[in-house]
Design a protein around this ligand. Sequence first.
Ligand code: SF4
Length: 391
Amino acid sequence: MSLKRHPMNTFLNPATAAALSRALLTWFAASRRDLPWRGDYDPYQVFVSEIMLQQTQMDRVVPFFNRFLARFPDVHSLAQAPEEAVLKAWEGLGYYLRARNLRQAARLVAEDHAGVFPADPEGLAALPGVGPYTAGAVASIAYNRPVPAVDANVERTLARVLDLDAPVKSPRTRALIRQAVLALMPTSPEQGAPRDLTQALMELGALVCLPRNPRCADCPLASWCRALAAGTVALRPLPAPPKEVVRINMATGVLAHAGRLYIQKRRDNDVWPGLWEFPGGVMEKGETAEEALRREYLEETETPVVPVSPITTVKYSYTKYRVTMYGFYCRAEDGNSVRPKLNEATAGAFVRPEELTDYAFPAGHRRLIAFMLDDPRLKTVLAGGARPESG
Ligand code: SF4
């Protein structure tokens, strides 16, 4: 089945959309979970629940939510709380930026909105930590607005009902799913409440249209589900094409001199601007790690070095890159004249090993440092040479 052969307007004609909507709302009335914020849909409670649910599963959120609400029962108590107290109440949920943003949002609502959360998605999206999904969910669930809120559950369910054969994260598929949600929204109180439709779609994805082994026999949408009819349920939603991955090998030198190690600060236009590092770089074709290290060190610092012994190999990723980094202890070829130049850095320093943790390094270098600080060979490596001259 393709998007072309089954355009949305054919599938979701008003009568079909109304029938689907009725089936969903009837199912939700009978099957909805009893969640603490589903009482009077207080906007503060709905907001807190949606922030917690951003990166945490529902069954873990419920006990945290209850404890959080006991500690901060309304927006004013949260707005006035010290950040430390909010972080403490968040302990165990992880992703602490959510807690900081939540407190900041409460302060803005208390100060700029007289303690009342905005009802429109635009006003909600202006609060810290709120993206289009959370704004739509709060507007719909708390304020009963007919606004789409498309989470992974809704995406999966509708990609199957509509048998969408384009990647579910593509702009076109996203737009089709939002259109479908809007077409399903009740348009009069007799038809039902928008907040129930929003929650019904999420709940159906969470309880019935599961990622693996969906419970189609129990599904209220089964008689309209195109993927079920076509035998393509296991193929929907279509994942995004795999991202390009680039593998690179790097050599990095930890120059030991007079009891200290040399580090340099990355330039502002580099990846990880302003962080510190040990000099080194990408290995060229046909080069050994030791050859690359000597070449890179010379290019970056004009200091000839000799690799003394391998430290360890660290693997890490950033964006599309999968990096294998070979770390080496090294010494300067001329131990009496160690003055690294700053050809590719804005500052350089010789530091004692225990001082390394005072500086900010990229993840790969942090792991190299953690290894070195536990490495009994480090003492021996540090033992030789004269005191470094300033760079
Ligand atoms: S019939 Fe099956 S695949 Fe289709 S929406 Fe229901 S649970 Fe999902």
